[in-house]
Design a protein around this ligand. Structure first.
Ligand code: IMP
Ligand code: MG
Length: 181
């Protein structure tokens, strides 16, 4: 793994626990939508691994996927507070049961922005699935309908989440500590 010698990683959630929880989340979605089609929108890039494990756990539901790319973080650990849309959806979501799939709900700025944009496009329903939730960091109120794990206020990487584009490949979610600046 491309770990820099001055950066420290500590496992927070092992892959096995992630997989078990994601299976439960998929079941819950299937119960809620009972045979109706759902359209998952992955928020790139962080949610790509979560989304790909989530869809493989759907057994009875007809699912389609699309992606949006946004960034609010720049290169470091702190949010810039501004959300930029880099890639829009390929197809219309009008009349669809949409589930926005996010890696982590932190300040809430990203999901708040995305929900506002997507509601204007008249989906039949709009829900949020976030693998991780840091409730203590919230600036804008957002309620996720499906949450994998509530976590403390620590910067985490792995399983899709990055620090300056690194560590997305880790199988576990890990806490990253950097040397004092
Ligand atoms: P929010 O807009 O502050 O809710 O932040 C959401 C986005 O910030 C996520 O999609 C992540 O890309 C990024 N983010 C927030 N917290 C972390 C973290 O602990 N590690 C890595 N990325 C994070
Ligand atoms: Mg992200």
């Amino acid at each position: 793994m491309a770990q820099r010698s001055d950066e420290h990683l500590k496992v927070l959630i092992r892959n096995g626990a992630l997989q078990r929880r994601i299976r439960e989340m998929a079941r819950q979605v299937e119960r809620d939508f009972k045979g109706e089609r759902v359209h998952l929108i992955g928020v790139l890039k962080g949610a790509c691994i979560f989304l790909s494990d989530l869809i493989r756990n759907f057994q009875s539901t007809d699912v389609s996927i699309d992606f949006m790319a946004v960034a609010s973080y720049g290169k470091g650990k702190e949010s810039s507070g501004q959300v930029r849309l880099y890639k829009d959806l390929d197809t219309s979501i009008e009349g669809l049961n949409v589930i926005l799939v996010e890696d982590i709900l932190d300040t809430g700025l990203t999901l708040n922005y995305l929900c506002r944009v997507l509601k204007q496009r008249r989906p039949r329903s709009l829900r949020i699935a976030a693998l991780l939730d840091k409730p203590s960091r919230r600036i804008q109120e957002v309620k996720a309908d499906y949450v994998g794990f509530k976590i403390p206020n620590e910067f985490v990487v792995g399983y899709g989440l990055d620090y300056a584009e690194r560590y997305r490949n880790l199988k576990d979610v890990c806490i990253l500590t950097l040397p004092p600046q």
